[in-house]
Design a protein around this ligand. Structure first.
Ligand code: XMP
Length: 323
């Protein structure tokens, strides 16, 4: 019979057999798959594993801390955090085009990750022979079922890895579906905030600011996004909604009135969607009172935001993200 306990036991044995006394590296993205894969490998080989987390400065409020503190506390994993916020922001300066942003973020990510990898190899030498990937069963099917060492399908959330690596892959989630991965993660003691997380794009908030990405704009969007998430969770909607991008229209201003004065601030867009697989989606008919609460709080609490709008477009023709 299938139980999470059996899956864990079986995978731990397989990982030990595969890795032996060598060392492994795992990139953490803050997402569910890499976190659960890392936790399983950690359970199997302990300090032979080193995780790498690239902080690109485009995460939402609290997410980096979740990885740095909560994930480490729950697993005892050895973690190398690279604070690369300035590097990413410098590279993104002056760029508004969405695809350009994606390219820059992907490129910088690979460079930073490779550098961290090189440092780990410098310490561990030839013993560093394995790379852990959070590949799930649907990914395996999608990519034709092949396994191997050479060309890795660039991991969606980790932003793509170099083609020339000579690591052997460890993929302990290859037989699992997403809901099973969440169950395994919970059984391994990972916090709910990580295990139950909604999908979040690799380029992060970088593609949720329509316009140039700056530190000020990121901070503003982080505040608005945190309020929306808090209220969605409080209303018990965080698991029924597939995901809810919160988007800052940084180049748009509109007139408002607040206190005794006229304001000229930015709009925030709420984009709650219902979906099975993100290929198609519908806008979520969510309760007006929850929308009202989010709107009131964001306009009251976030400086420079004087309007909250709701996106009522399905996919197609709209995509889930605005960029
Ligand atoms: P769209 O906006 O195309 O999004 O309807 C479909 C799903 O993919 C996510 N998404 C991304 N994920 N890198 C990612 O890792 C990206 O560049 C990216 N763009 C969109 C989006 O959040 C949704 O879940």
């Amino acid at each position: 019979t299938w139980t999470t306990g059996n899956v864990i036991e079986e995978q731990v044995a397989l990982i030990r057999e595969q890795v032996g006394s060598k060392r492994a590296i795992c990139g953490l993205s803050g997402g569910v798959d890499s976190a659960v894969a890392a936790a399983l490998v950690q359970k199997a080989i302990g300090s032979q594993l080193t995780c790498v987390y690239v902080d690109h400065g485009l995460m939402r409020q609290g997410e980096t801390e979740q990885v740095e503190k909560d994930f480490v506390a729950a697993t005892g994993v050895q973690l190398k955090v690279v604070d690369a916020e300035k590097r990413f922001l410098d590279a993104l300066a002056g760029v508004s085009d969405p695809e350009q942003k994606r390219k820059i973020i992907g490129r910088e990510f690979i460079r930073v990750f490779e550098q961290a990898q090189a440092e780990i190899i410098a310490e561990g030498g030839e013993d560093v022979a394995f790379l852990v990937q959070g590949t799930l069963y649907p990914d395996v099917v999608e990519s034709g079922g092949g396994s191997g060492t050479a060309n890795i399908k660039s991991h969606h959330n980790v932003g793509g890895l170099p083609d020339d690596i000579e690591f052997e892959l460890v993929e302990p989630l290859r037989q699992l579906f997403k809901d099973e991965v969440r169950m395994v993660g919970a059984q391994l003691g990972l916090p709910d905030e990580i295990v139950q997380r909604q999908p979040f794009p690799g380029p992060g908030l970088g593609i949720r600011i329509v316009g140039e990405v700056t530190k000020e704009r990121l901070d503003l969007l982080r505040e608005a996004d945190a309020i929306a998430r808090e209220e969605l969770t409080a209303a018990g909607l965080d698991r029924s909604i597939w995901q809810c991008p919160v988007v800052l229209l940084a180049d748009v201003r509109s007139v408002g009135v607040q206190g005794d004065g006229r304001t000229y601030g930015h709009p925030i867009v709420l984009r709650p969607v219902s979906s099975e697989d993100a290929m198609t989606a519908d806008w979520t008919r969510m309760p007006y009172d929850v929308l009202a609460k989010i709107s009131t709080r964001i306009t009251n609490e976030v400086a420079d935001v004087n309007r909250v709008v709701l996106d009522v477009t399905s996919k197609p023709p709209g995509t889930i993200e605005w960029e």
